[in-house]
Ligand binder design. Sequence first.
Ligand code: G3H
Ligand code: ZN
Length: 285
Amino acid sequence: MPLTGTGELVETAEGTGIGAFNVITVEHAEAIVAGAERAARPVILQISQNAVKFHHGRLAPIAAATRAVAETADVPVALHLDHVTDAALWEVAPQHGFGSVMIDASKLPYADNVAETSRAVEFLNSRGLWVESELGQVGGKEGEAALSAHAPGARTDPDEAAAYVFETGVDALAVAVGSSHAMTSRDASLDHELIERIRAAVTVPLVLHGSSGVPDEELAEAVKGGMVKINIGTALNVAYTAAVREHLDAHPDNVDPRKYLTAARDAMTDTVAHFLKVLSGNPQG
Ligand code: G3H
Ligand code: ZN
């Protein structure tokens, strides 16, 4: 199936959450597509700047492999470049087939965040790409270092979020509502009342980052409350690593990576299918 765009998926989500899963290796991409096919749901494959760094700073090989896997899918798949702080990386997103980019200027002071994000929006929108961005600590005073929107306790202020979206022209906004990146346990507690207030104040789709740490019921409620793009990364790595560890413990003489990577890929596929069912609004279906 030809690639679709993140914007198309998000805009036609109709009250469901669109899962956006982080790709580190080609097995991640294969597992995400297999999980989406099993759940019969569209999906977003996202490659972060950190994953590019892991691949010796080279975007082309992992982007090409991910794109090739996406194009074999039986469900709609979009390609997204995630948490980009380096302008040299977002500038090449169009030529590598990405339909969307998340500009992460959230650690910059507010005015610099707006300036950098606006520059990216102008460049990427004119080439047909959809842009997501993140607001750092909201309400920060002049000269005060901004916190990441996912620092414990950080929360998005609805009025400042509305102003930020207006000033930058972004297509979607990542908000700080209680989730936190890289959690290996699922016990984050979301501020649903704040989600509702941001939803009422901001016109563009909302994005939840750090969703690995959010329990199923909380995720389902967040989607009902208006969160649309749901970013999940660490949960796949938890599943991957546990499967490899279990396989190698049981087969200490095995040296064939296909055996333990099959276990890892299968475990990630189960995880993706599970999250996508939860986000569909019909977990039993
Ligand atoms: O942008 C990626 C996500 O926010 C992933 O966060 O690894 O905590 O699920 P997570
Ligand atoms: Zn994130």
